[in-house]
Design a protein around this ligand. Structure first.
Ligand code: AHR
Length: 657
């Protein structure tokens, strides 16, 4: 009796002290029992310009508000066209923002300076993340930066006017060479484009300073600065931040959904809806619109650049267009397109498909070729609508998708199932879809509490196998801490547990992508996010590593496997290899015996992601939670491994027979 009590007390003490009990489980894998093919497009990414993901992020542009179009979507009467720009010094000079004789009608605002004899005017540009005292243009010693701007000198300024550009630190000290552009080298009164490369001598948060000197009127617009070592430098938009592109590439995404999200539908007013044609060609001709999530969309990353990016990182492009409705979750001030207007809008979608896939003999194929890509892009999907529901959506969807099917029978249309995982609205959407659009790919979106995900890992087990699902947006949400939901290991492992269910059902779920993808520090509109960055560096979250580990270990076929414990697992194979994924979603370590037919004797390589459940990565500890390489000895198809508490383990075993 005494002994029993002692044991119970010891056990309680061990549990309270956080001691992890080691439990034993077995995972038996039957590589020859193929259950079904795994969708080759299972893992992808979704890019939306939220959290400054694109402007101020992926887009290589370092000048914020480069063309003075900054508007306030919430209160258009308080547009701040001076945002991130300020007049620093002026002597016998004035500056204003005008729109009488613009560089382009799509981009009407420009800076006008008026200088008297020997006048001087200095303007300071803060960049993203800067303020009046702190430069927000991150520059690095020894690197080069490409400057471009459009200038116009009137007759007088053409005689003596000069515009100079230089990067300075917060104290005003130069950190780059100065580039000067004289008014007398060109005919007066017309916009001209000027370029220079600035060599930087110091690593700092810089201001770009423009100095106007001489006499007369000098106008400026489209003032741009980009790192010379950016990615996609030759694309008309100007290119992308190389470190962010690399982080996307390492996810090995099979597809890329873009450009939204809510931003495609436009917010409150129709003029705010995303119009893909306005995102093409010379950047000065692209119509900027206020971003639903704040700031402006310069469209420097436009549809052409999105297609190029997808191609570069080996992903199939999945463009999303609106369905004639403004964002249904917001209080729209304009009505949706009427059914007649929806019919007229068909052509816009067909033109997009021609733009992506048409030969250079077609009008839109020619536009694509003119932008530098004569070969067609590999477009196979188009999503019509983002998070829409109800009769107003499905009636418009029928018109638009019907036209696509007729003109392009090989293109798969993606229909939305609304913004929720379950409940009346969700059921109603699926009822409509099963009745009318069962051949389409169905876009589900859900953001749920972390614990919902493992509890619903079998969500798709009971789905009819006919209509296919695209899980276009999801993420495990932890309770808010401070002002954000943390991207911790627990949330990531809950997603991993759910993904085993997706792999087991990848005959139904054929595509999936986490949302949102990118977040600029201090610009978080929405948390959690997969990749965080500031002007200098980036870090990846535990959820990123889950995506990466799953994506890099995704076989072509699902094989039978069984476990006797409470583990989440899925096993796939290719011709030569088995990919085993096991999640231990508990605070106890577990001993696992792996029984692998066809594997024999070998050292099996793999990765494990583990830590404390609340661990997060940060700029200070970027890799606190990151995959570690492991090796496991397998003798005669049997391996003993220990699954750490709170862990994802992925093993790749060579199939020897
Ligand atoms: O991913 C963030 C937002 O979530 C998307 O814009 C929208 O589609 C969803 O509501």
């Amino acid at each position: 009796m005494k002994g029993k009590r002692y044991c119970a007390l010891l056990l309680a003490a061990l549990l309270l002290s956080g001691f992890s009990c080691v439990q034993a489980d077995t995972l038996t894998v039957f590589p020859e029992q193929i259950l079904h093919e795994v969708s080759p497009t299972l893992y992808g990414i979704f890019i939306e310009d939220i959290n400054c993901a694109v402007d101020g992020g992926l887009y290589a542009e370092l000048v914020k508000n480069r063309s003075f179009e900054n508007e306030n979507l919430w209160n258009p009467r308080h547009a701040d066209h001076w945002d991130a720009w300020s007049v620093r010094k002026q002597e016998k000079a004035s500056a204003s923002l005008e729109s009488i004789l613009p560089l382009s009608a799509q981009n009407p605002t420009y800076l006008q300076t008026v200088l008297e004899e020997s006048g001087m005017l200095q303007i300071r540009i803060q960049g993203f993340g800067g303020n009046l005292l702190r430069g927000g243009i991150a520059v690095e010693a020894g690197k080069q930066y490409d400057l471009s701007l459009c200038l116009r000198f009137d007759d007088t300024a053409a005689q003596t006017g000069m515009v100079s550009a230089i990067l300075t630190d917060a104290a005003g000290n130069p950190v780059s060479e100065k580039a000067s552009f004289r008014g007398d080298v060109h005919p007066a009164g017309v916009w001209r484009s000027f370029k220079a490369t600035l060599q930087v001598s110091e690593t700092t948060g810089a201001f770009l300073t423009l100095e106007f000197a001489g006499k007369g009127i000098m106008d400026a617009d489209m003032v741009s600065l980009m790192p010379a070592d950016r990615f996609g430098k030759d694309w008309p938009g100007g290119g992308m931040r190389a470190d962010l592109v690399e982080a996307l590439r390492k996810l090995h995404p099979r597809f890329m959904r873009f450009p939204g999200g809510c931003i495609v539908e436009g917010t409150y007013v129709r003029s705010n809806a995303y119009a893909w044609k306005d995102t093409l060609g010379d950047t000065a001709m692209r119509r900027e619109i206020p971003n639903t999530w704040g700031g402006m969309q310069t469209m420097g990353v436009g549809f052409f650049e999105y297609f190029c990016l997808a191609e570069e990182i080996g992903a199939l492009p999945v463009p999303v267009v609106h369905a004639g409705l403004l964002c249904q979750a917001r209080d729209a001030k304009d009505s949706p397109l009427t059914l007649e207007e929806t019919k007229a809008y068909i052509q816009d979608i067909l033109d997009l498909i021609e733009f992506a896939t048409g030969s250079v003999d077609t009008p839109w194929g020619q536009v694509r070729a003119g932008m530098g890509h004569p070969e067609p892009f590999d477009l196979r999907y188009i999503a019509i609508g983002n998070e829409n529901w109800g009769a107003s959506y499905f009636s418009r969807y029928a018109i638009l998708s019907g036209a696509v099917h007729e003109a392009y029978p090989d293109i798969t249309c993606i229909v939305g199932a609304g913004p929720v995982a379950e409940g009346g609205l969700f059921q109603d959407s699926w009822n409509n879809i099963r009745r009318r659009f069962s051949e389409e790919l169905v876009d589900e979106h859900f953001y749920m509490d972390s614990s919902w995900f493992p509890a619903h890992a079998n969500r798709y087990d009971s789905y009819p196998r006919t209509t296919k699902v695209f899980l276009g947006e999801y993420a495990a949400h932890e309770p808010v801490q401070g002002n954000r939901r943390p991207n911790n290991l627990y949330a990531a492992l809950c997603e991993a547990a759910f993904l085993t269910g997706i792999e087991r059902n990848s005959d139904v779920v054929v595509m999936s992508c986490y949302a949102p993808l990118l977040c600029r520090e201090k610009e978080a509109d929405w948390t959690p996010d997969l990749i965080w960055f500031n002007e200098n560096s980036i870090y990846c979250t535990p959820s990123y590593y889950v995506q990466q580990m799953f994506s890099n270990a995704c076989g072509t076929e699902l094989v039978a496997s069984e476990t006797d414990g409470g583990l989440f697992q899925a096993v796939t194979r290719t011709e030569q290899e088995l990919q085993i994924k096991v999640i231990n979603l508990s605070g106890n370590a577990k001993s696992l015996t792996l029984l692998l037919t066809g594997v024999g004797n070998q050292t099996v390589c793999g990765q494990v992601l583990t830590g404390e459940k609340e661990h997060v990565n940060s700029f200070a500890r970027m890799d606190k939670v990151s995959p570690q390489e492991i090796m496991v000895t397998c003798a005669d198809g049997k391996a003993e491994i220990e699954l750490p508490p709170w862990s994802l383990t992925i093993l790749k075993a060579v199939l020897t027979k």
